[in-house]
Design a protein around this ligand. Structure first.
Ligand code: NAD
Length: 537
């Protein structure tokens, strides 16, 4: 049994589908592994390391995949598809939505194509969940990117030259990426608030030491689907949410948005007006930019500055941590491939009735077999493999929600919203299908929705412990016997609104034995209900 790993061809893709660690594991399963020369360089893995792990090297992608039983990729294959033998398993993040021509090419090549992002979110498949492994890293990286662009410090610092207030960070959307963003921002010492429409997230946010901010009305109580995902909220809820967000966002230094709804464009949560309400030097990171964006002014693949506010629209954010992302993705792949191999015969033995295979298999025996991606019209037999970069398409951004009058209230008044909130339309032709990720197309604007784009199905979701990042935020030093007591945060100490420069108060340098001295810890002073990180000596 031969496993091949060609080099990724997309210019923005530094990840690789196998690491020396997984090469060794595949060898232990009885497979031989061929890696295209240079495939690991973007992730800091040298050819020699693959060789040392037992891999053979091939000069070209075609040489690597020829005669392979399994081809592993980060993205679906490009021109090397022509060299893959019919019947081989091709496993990657296939991004199949609205990609009819690409799916037809996979079918035409006769390969058995598997989309890792369709892996059901069940206990057995958690180790194969690429959405989680990559979103977790994207959430982390979004905070690091924000910190790099932010011209101020994250933690509160009491120095001889004065006190620097902690940065205020607001996370919008608390799924896998959002939870990791909260944990990362807290580790850096920021004062963190977060919002989501799913009530289950409130406890998760608070368990990470952040404050939950949301319109908690009747609709909110029913906003989580049976699948564990968010519903598209009513216009009335969106208006109330916008009012809440408008008041809150003007006082934030960093906003990180991660909100997604299966089968829909990303909800528009930050308007141009809200961006302009933030003070110059603030930073917004839009992790949903590939799905239409949560921020009206975010541009895919660009960093734009509007009235001094930087808006980061990086694509493939997990790929900005290529080495770690590759390590986790390669393990996800290994765990799945292991289920496709008969350990006794050491041969590929795909069971089409396995729930993991059913959920992820796109093509088999020359046909598209996944029920969600059946072509609407017969596809011509002579379909060419798709180019690595599709042509840019016309822009079709989602409309922002209606806005209503501003309010400072954090808890909503009783709502006139009806009890029943309709689920996203399950029809084959949704009104607003999700655009394909823009890194696939290189288009500078969101992609026009196509008639053929299938709605994103919800993953099968088993109740498992919440996806709270495994590494908890370290407790403040006063809980660990550290040298310094945390200093109570005050709203006044933090930068206020737009115009004022950060107040730098003159304060004596803290003594190293300060833990023994009384420190102000009043709840009144700590309006965010959070402890700040210890002061710097
Ligand atoms: P996602 O990427 O689909 O969405 C990100 C977040 O955006 C979600 O928390 C969603 O509620 C939120 N959101 C949507 N609309 C919003 C709006 N208008 N305003 C504010 N927030 C909004 O989410 P995800 O990270 O894929 O996680 C989805 C679910 O899957 C969660 O319940 C998570 O715990 C669960 N999950 C389960 C497993 C498993 O193995 N069982 C693994 C990972 C995640």
């Amino acid at each position: 049994m031969r496993i091949a790993v060609p080099t990724e061809t997309d210019a923005g893709e530094a990840r690789v589908a196998a690491t020396p660690e997984t090469v060794k594991k595949f060898k232990a399963l009885g497979a031989s592994v061929t890696i295209q020369r240079g495939a690991g360089l973007g992730s800091g893995i040298l050819d020699a390391e693959y060789e040392a792990a037992g891999a053979e090297l091939a000069a070209t992608a075609a040489d690597a995949v020829r005669d392979a039983d399994i081809v592993l990729g980060v993205r679906r294959p490009g021109s090397e598809l022509a060299a893959i033998r019919p019947g081989a398993a091709v496993i990657a993040i296939m991004d199949p939505y609205g990609q009819d021509a690409a799916l037809a090419a996979l079918a035409h090549a006769g390969v058995e194509a598997f989309a890792m992002e369709l892996m059901p979110r069940i206990t057995r498949a958690q180790v194969m969940d690429v959405l989680s492994s990559q979103a977790n890293l994207a959430g982390y990286r979004s905070v690091i990117d924000a910190a790099a662009e932010y011209g101020r410090a994250f933690p509160m610092m009491m120095t001889a030259a004065g006190t620097v207030p902690a940065a205020k960070v607001f996370i919008m959307g608390v799924g896998v990426a959002g939870l990791q963003a909260i944990a990362t921002a807290r580790r850096l010492g920021a004062i963190v608030t977060a919002t989501d429409v799913r009530p289950a997230t409130k406890e998760q946010v608070e368990s990470l030491g952040a404050k939950f901010v949301a319109v908690e009305d009747e609709e909110f109580k029913q906003a989580e689907t049976a699948g564990g995902y968010a519903k598209e909220m009513s216009k009335e809820y969106q208006a109330k949410q916008a009012t809440l967000v408008r008041g809150h966002i003007a006082r934030q230094d960093i906003v990180i948005t991660t909100a997604l709804i299966p089968g829909r464009p990303a909800p528009r949560l930050i308007t141009a007006e809200m961006v302009r309400s933030m003070r110059a030097g603030s930073v917004i990171v839009d992790l949903a930019v590939e799905r239409g964006g949560n921020c009206e002014l975010a541009k895919p693949g660009e960093v734009v500055t509007v009235d001094g506010v930087k808006i980061l629209g990086h694509l493939n954010v997990a790929g900005r941590l290529a080495a770690t992302a590759s390590a986790l993705y390669a393990r996800n792949l290994y765990a799945f491939v292991e289920t496709l191999i008969d350990k006794k015969t050491q041969k590929l033995a795909i069971n089409p009735d396995d729930e993991l295979v059913k959920a992820t298999c796109l093509t088999r025996g020359g046909a598209i077999v996944h029920p969600n991606f059946q072509p609407k019209a017969p596809v011509a037999a002579t379909v060419e493999p798709p180019p690595a970069h599709a042509e840019p398409a016309a822009a079709a951004p989602a409309s922002p929600p209606e806005q209503t009058a501003a309010s400072e209230t954090l808890v909503a008044a009783p709502s006139p919203i009806p009890e029943h909130v309709p689920e996203p339309a399950p029809a084959a032709v949704p009104h607003e299908p999700v655009p394909p990720p823009l890194h696939e197309t290189g288009a500078p604007e969101p992609i026009a929705h196509t008639e053929h784009a299938a709605p994103l199905p919800e993953h099968v979701y088993e109740a498992v412990p919440a996806a709270v990042p495994h590494e908890p935020v370290p407790p403040p030093l006063h809980e660990t016997g550290g040298a310094h007591e945390p200093i109570a945060h005050t709203e006044q100490a933090a930068p206020v609104a737009n115009a004022e420069p950060i107040p730098i108060e003159t304060a004596p340098a803290p003594r190293l034995d300060a833990a023994s001295e009384p420190v102000e810890t009043s709840e009144e002073a700590s309006t965010d209900g959070q402890r700040d990180t210890p002061a710097n000596p």
